[in-house]
Design a protein around this ligand. Structure first.
Ligand SMILES: *Cc1c(COP(=O)(O)O)cnc(C)c1O
Length: 365
């Protein structure tokens, strides 16, 4: 079988109708195409609960990291300082970006199985008043933990700092009231909870902040401000846009609406996630993140103790039977991950748990 469903949090399993949109080679300068870009940007504002007067959307070619790097390298000026809040590989990646771009930063490094504390963030901001921006990940896909952006937003806003959120694996799958939280930049990409295919990221930006960042970009192609200025005229992208991806994304947005928008999709993901954890628990598999902080997107499981477990063998066993899972990404113990977003439903979860059961019976001690 050369066809399987992805239990990975992006790229993920998309619908046939999303894939079908890519059968058309669209030209980029034509009005029909530019309108699609404008339509997509409007839809994203709506999903974020923000309005056009205060916020805007920039689409950026490349994967999610390109979006994060675009923001960090374009908005944090030479005299600014960034507080990076990290409890996983994607937080660490922000540090790498800061290093490459010679951005002044302070790293608050939390354990991978703990959520960052808004109290600690408050203390850091009080101690180091030169900090101007704070960045953090919402759903840390490394572990599956869901960070508390609400209480962090409160502290960051109280202190008058710019708040940057990597909501890559949560936007569209968890309702985020961007306006209410006062988030200045929120970043996600086409191939996660909106259920499109990989090819671009999108950034919802507070306009007055974006305006201020005009002179700060360290990169030509990732220049957020210039990308916005061009795109905002009539929907034309600054450089060649991923046309097929854009068409697929528009269809994915329609399908999100048809499903009942974010509340319904969030419910499906939550149900998938809870069912998965409950059924895996019956097989003796434990989660790395405790239930209080476990997010609804992806789950990290410890290797089972009651069987001779090889990830590679389990992976192949499942893949041959229609599902691709994910290796672990936490460093200190043996784990693997199962994502439950995309075109994944209860029957898929039940099937995959059953395959796991079979595999463990074959390899039982
Ligand atoms: C997927 C993801 C990214 C971006 O990764 P890419 O491989 O560049 O798409 C960034 N942050 C988080 C939390 C993610 O889940």
């Amino acid at each position: 079988m050369n066809n399987y469903k992805l239990l990975t949090p992006g790229p993920l399993t998309t619908s046939d109708s999303v894939k079908k949109e890519m059968m058309f080679d669209h030209c980029t300068w034509d009005d029909d195409y530019k309108k699609i870009t404008l339509e997509i940007r409007d839809d994203l504002l709506e999903l974020a609960h923000v309005d056009k007067n205060e916020y805007t959307v920039v689409l950026m070619q490349g994967s999610g990291t390109f979006g994060v790097e675009s923001v960090l390298s374009s908005v944090i000026g030479e005299n600014d300082k960034l507080l990076i809040v990290s409890n996983g590989a994607y937080g660490k990646r922000m540090e790498e970006i800061a290093k490459y771009n010679k951005i002044k930063y302070y790293l608050y490094d939390e354990d991978y199985n703990k959520i960052p504390s808004s109290e600690k963030i408050k203390n850091i901001l009080e101690k180091d008043t030169s900090i101007t921006h704070v960045s953090m990940v919402h759903s840390e896909t490394t572990s599956g933990i869901l960070n508390d952006i609400q209480s962090v937003a409160k502290v960051v806003k109280e202190k008058g700092k710019v708040f940057i959120v990597d909501a890559m694996s949560s936007f569209g799958g968890i309702d985020i009231d961007v306006k209410k939280l006062g988030i200045d930049y929120i970043i996600s990409s086409a191939n996660k909870c909106i259920q499109g295919v990989p090819g671009f990221s999108f950034i919802i930006c507070k306009k007055n902040q974006l305006e201020k960042s005009k002179q700060n970009s360290r990169s030509l192609s990732l220049n957020l401000y210039e990308q916005w200025k061009t795109m905002n005229v009539d929907g034309k992208w600054r450089f060649t846009s991923p046309t097929h991806v854009v068409l697929a994304f528009r269809q994915a947005l329609r399908e999100l609406k048809n499903e009942g928008s974010i509340p319904r999709r969030a419910q499906r993901y939550r149900n998938n996630n809870q069912l998965l954890i409950e059924k895996m628990k019956e097989l003796g598999l434990k989660t790395y993140i405790d239930s209080e902080h476990q997010g609804p997107i992806i789950t990290t499981f410890y290797y089972p103790e009651n069987c001779d477990f090889s990830f590679k063998e389990a992976y192949n066993y499942l893949k041959d039977r229609g599902y691709a899972i994910y290796p672990g990404k936490v460093t200190e113990c043996d784990t693997f991950r199962i994502g439950n977003i995309g075109e994944i439903y209860e029957e898929d979860i039940l099937k995959v748990v059953n395959l796991f059961k079979e595999f463990m019976e074959i390899h039982g001690r």
